[in-house]
Design a protein. Structure first.
Length: 273
């Protein structure tokens, strides 16, 4: 690639990144504005002076720490369930030979085409029959039964691992569980980290699930708590943006910390199979 083309590519990437970054920067700027600056014309990107007290006021207006603990609990259990169930299922699809494997795999992929709204009512009726409404069970238990996209992602990564490693382990007397735990899982850490990141992000940002299944406000997650905050403080946009910024920043920091494993897990997936 010539220097001019490389410069044009970088310029295009930077422009697209800035375009996607603008809403976050506007949210951050609004969270630091005084009431008089919210609807100033022309809009002010840099608040002067910055009102850091908006964050204290926003976090004190609703039980932030309680909602944070609830969200971390749901997110942690979701990550554990998703990684365990999807890794085992993906290993079965990628490394084991059994009748009907490919047909069942394509059937699983077909389930990705079903919108959430299609299965929402029957799923809710099932959980209500089990007596799980107003609890975290409907938000957590499904993660222990696998997630189609995560299984697909891990299966594609497992296919890139040479079969000779598994054959050598079998010659040493290892069973399939030992091969999975001692050979495949350590080599698949980037893909497992990617699945964990997706699962935690989905649980952290999930709004529909808590809205449908939770009625006790002491059990609210941050997403649902932010919605209730909006209902009580509709005109205080600076406080709302401060609360939204606090909720968004952990996801940004988590991605920055795990971006190397995330990119490696995505980039090396789908090279085979």
């Amino acid at each position: 690639m010539t220097p001019m083309r490389r410069a044009a590519a970088y310029l295009t990437l930077v422009s697209l990144a800035a375009l996607f970054l603008l809403p976050f920067l506007w949210m951050l700027a609004t969270s630091l504005k005084a009431d008089a600056q919210l609807f100033a014309s022309p809009p002010r990107w840099i608040p002067a002076p910055a009102k850091w007290s908006n964050y204290a006021a926003a976090l004190g207006a609703f039980p932030f720490l309680r909602y944070l603990g609830n969200t971390l609990l749901v997110g942690s259990l979701t990550v554990i369930g998703t990684v365990m169930s999807c890794a085992v299922a993906a290993y079965g699809f990628a490394r084991l030979r059994w009748r009907g494997r490919d047909a069942l795999f394509f059937l699983m992929l077909a389930s990705l085409m079903l919108p959430t709204q299609v299965t929402l009512l029957p799923t809710f009726l099932l959980f209500r029959w089990l007596g799980w409404t107003d609890s975290y069970a409907p938000l957590v238990v499904p993660a222990f039964f696998g997630h189609a996209f995560s299984i697909f992602l891990l299966r594609q990564f497992f296919l890139t691992i040479p079969n000779e490693l598994s054959d050598a382990a079998r010659l040493d007397g290892c069973g399939e569980w030992s091969i999975f735990a001692r050979v495949i899982a350590p080599l698949a850490r980037p893909a497992l980290a990617t699945v964990a990141l997706f699962a935690f992000t989905g649980a952290w940002m999930d709004f529909l699930g808590p809205l449908v299944y939770l009625s006790d406000d002491n059990k609210y997650t941050l997403a649902l708590g932010l919605f209730s905050f909006l209902g009580r403080h509709q005109q205080q946009w600076n406080l709302l943006m401060a609360a939204a910024t606090v909720m968004t920043l952990p996801m940004v920091l988590l991605f920055l910390i795990a971006q190397r494993a995330f990119i490696e897990g995505i980039a090396t997936t789908g090279m085979k199979g």
